[in-house]
Design a binder for this molecule. Structure first.
Ligand code: 8X3
Length: 256
């Protein structure tokens, strides 16, 4: 299958959220390596500035859960010439508590970032993507968005919701020729995912991947994202589930 080529005449243009670390950062690198024009969005301006300097991406520091920030991202992207592809990667987990022990703050944070932040970015950019004529929205959710596990209720609730948004959006926007892709990774060993989930407890975070020979890397997932947004526009990869071989299911992980 021919991949879309980034030639001088037609450069593909994307916004990538969650760009300061992990899968978001790796996606910025992967797209820039293919000569995409990339606007990298994340809260941490210092990390974004370094990434921008290294890769040539445009840094846009912002909090996607904040309405004024989302309006500022949109204005900056409009001034920059627009995009054809919105890649929502910002998200994450906080806590591994059972429902019986659920912490409201953690659940609210997860809902805000994974669900409301994703919705706000999509809502803001849909007019631009519709006007382009061949728009793409890619949402990075999780296998936790299709399978629940003990201790995962809050994260699953947010990711099931993100999965629901993605499915409804695909139905709503097909008539505007917007393709809507969802990438659902399982265990990915990134710098910060488990650390955030455990409230910065490095020992507990390390246990998540203990004995797993080869968890996925951020680069593995970013390569799949890059592929999914680069195939010809009429090809819509609806749901892409990606796990390491060692994680045959959420409840079955091979540890040595
Ligand atoms: C991460 C996958 O298994 O930690 O999104 O829920 S899992």
């Amino acid at each position: 299958m021919d991949m879309a080529e980034n030639t001088q005449e037609s450069i593909r243009r994307a916004v990538v959220t969650g760009a300061s670390t992990g899968i978001g950062e790796a996606t910025v690198r992967a797209l820039r390596a293919d000569n995409w024009h990339v606007i990298a969005v994340a809260r941490r301006a210092d990390r974004l500035a370094n990434l921008a300097q290294e890769t040539g991406a445009v840094a846009q520091p912002a909090d996607i859960t904040n309405d004024d920030d989302v309006a500022a991202i949109l204005a900056a992207v409009e001034a920059d010439g627009g995009i054809d592809t919105l890649i929502n990667i910002a998200g994450g987990a906080r806590g591994s508590d059972s429902v019986a022990e659920a912490k409201t703050d953690d659940w609210e944070w997860m809902y805000r970032v994974n669900v409301l932040g994703t919705m706000k970015m999509i809502r803001a950019f849909l007019p631009m993507l519709r006007a382009h004529g061949e728009g793409t929205v890619l949402n990075l959710s999780s296998t936790a968005g299709i399978v629940a596990y003990e201790g995962g209720a809050g994260y699953s609730a947010a990711k099931f919701a993100e999965h629901g948004i993605t499915r409804a959006l695909r139905l709503e926007e097909a008539e505007h020729n917007i393709r809507v892709v969802e990438v659902l990774p399982g265990m990915v060993a990134t710098e910060e995912f488990a650390l955030n989930r455990t409230g910065g407890n490095a020992e507990a975070a390390a246990k998540v991947y203990a004995g797993v020979a080869k968890p996925l890397t951020a680069e593995d997932v970013a390569d799949v994202v890059r592929y999914a947004v680069s195939v010809p526009h009429h090809v819509n990869l609806d749901d892409i589930v990606i796990r390491p071989v060692a994680q045959a299911a959420a409840h079955k992980v091979i540890r040595n």
